[in-house]
Design a protein around this ligand. Structure first.
Ligand SMILES: Cc1ncc(COP(=O)(O)O)c(C=O)c1O
Length: 392
């Protein structure tokens, strides 16, 4: 007997690529694995000042809609932290995390059929935002060890249908930071083809020596660039869903219309809490100095089990290469690491459309507390990669 006909759903949803980690997460839950796969911040700790201010904001009646553009004091404080001048009234919008900022920027500029250049390996929501808008991703590979793009490949990806390019600097997952020459290549192509840059800079405070260059500082891009930022990782408040979008007044006006439709504003009391905390102690925003040692610790642990790592220039992830001698793809390796050591890393295949391209890397997050990393070290102590020659 035929069952009821299922309701029709939108075809655009079938192009979304979320949830590819689910199978591995199930296995990780069954073996009570410690998680180095996701970016959920374990460090720095959430500031007690921020927590007090959040409780205070709720109790003092900040419980209704906030202005669409966001809390004015918060916008002023964020504008001051950005390189160059930003008018907090016309050029900055507080969003529901970087996720909404990114989606609003894409929906503001991309029409169905428009092409958007995305660097691979990618953060998967870049692809999803483009797919939701009906756009067509054009992938440009970046390759180890330095994870730079090939300028000729980038030039070949741009054309008359290109509406935008999405960058992540410092990069998730590779840790690469765009330098001046890469930015000027991108700027020249955007000028030539009248495209915008959507620049995800949520890890701009997580750098290890190399200077961060923001889209707002690149000649020619200030008015054709969206800067996407977030407090999720920098302040360990990923559950508060606070991000921001900076763009020229013209682009901001359009993006705010999308923002109004998507969510009618970001959480009011939590914006108030950050604004109050910043007013009380402007330095509370400084990212942890310990991140470098956490990076080196995780890199060292992965090298000890036979993986090859190049310490990333920024961000909170390291891409570790599985040497050919191990003879396992990143999916097989990640499943075995969960089963045998109870440690979860993300297979490189998650960051590519062609799974073969990510089969020799896994990604590990290092924004974790020292105690957490002690536990990881203990669990990895007796793990052996498939390469029989490797001994601890
Ligand atoms: C590059 C990048 N952009 C955006 C996000 C999402 O940030 P938010 O929590 O602010 O939505 C993440 C989260 O891991 C990320 O790595």
């Amino acid at each position: 007997m035929n069952g009821p006909v299922p309701p029709r759903t939108a075809s655009r949803v079938r192009g979304l690529i979320s949830g590819r980690l689910l199978e591995l997460l199930g296995e990780a839950a069954r073996s009570a694995a410690v998680d180095l796969a996701l970016g959920v911040p374990g460090a720095p700790e959430t500031s007690p000042l921020l927590l007090d201010q959040a409780c205070g904001a709720l109790r003092s009646g900040h419980n209704q809609y906030e202005a669409l553009a966001g809390n004015r004091e918060l916008r002023r404080w964020i504008a001051d932290t950005l390189p160059g001048d930003t008018d907090p009234d016309t050029e900055l919008t507080i969003t529901v995390g970087a996720t909404e900022a990114l989606t609003a920027a894409v929906l503001a500029v991309v029409d169905p059929g428009d092409e958007v250049v995305i660097f691979e390996p990618y953060y998967e929501n870049f692809v999803n935002a483009v797919v939701l808008a009906g756009g067509v991703p054009r992938f440009v590979r970046t390759r180890p060890d330095d994870w730079r793009f090939d300028p000729a490949e980038l030039r070949a990806a741009f054309g008359p249908r290109t509406r935008a390019v999405i960058v992540s600097t410092p990069n998730n997952p590779t840790g690469h930071m765009l330098d001046e020459s890469e930015w000027s290549e991108i700027a020249a192509l955007c000028g030539k083809w009248n495209a915008v840059v959507i620049s995800d800079e949520i890890y701009s405070g997580f750098t290890f020596g190399k200077p961060h260059i923001s889209v707002t500082e690149v000649p020619g891009l200030r008015d054709r660039g969206f800067l996407v930022g977030s407090l999720s990782k920098s302040h360990s408040v990923s559950g508060w869903r606070l991000g921001y979008l900076r763009a020229s007044a013209g682009l901001t006006g359009i993006a705010r219309q999308v923002h109004a439709t998507l969510c009618a504003g970001a959480p009011g009391p939590l914006q108030e809490a950050v604004a109050k905390a910043a007013a009380q102690d402007p330095g509370f925003a400084k990212p942890s100095d310990d991140l470098r040692s956490q990076r080196d610790r995780v890199t060292g642990l992965l090298e000890k089990i036979g993986l090859e790592c190049r310490p990333p220039d920024g961000g909170c992830y390291v891409m570790a290469r599985i040497p050919p001698a191990v003879g396992e793809s990143s999916d097989v390796f990640a499943h075995r690491l969960v089963r045998e050591a109870g440690v979860l890393v993300a297979p490189g295949t998650l960051f590519h459309t062609d799974p073969a391209a990510g089969a020799d890397h896994v990604r590990a997050a290092f924004n974790r507390s020292p105690d957490f990393l002690d536990e990881v070290a203990a669990r990895l102590a007796s793990f052996r990669t498939g390469a029989s020659a490797i001994r601890l």
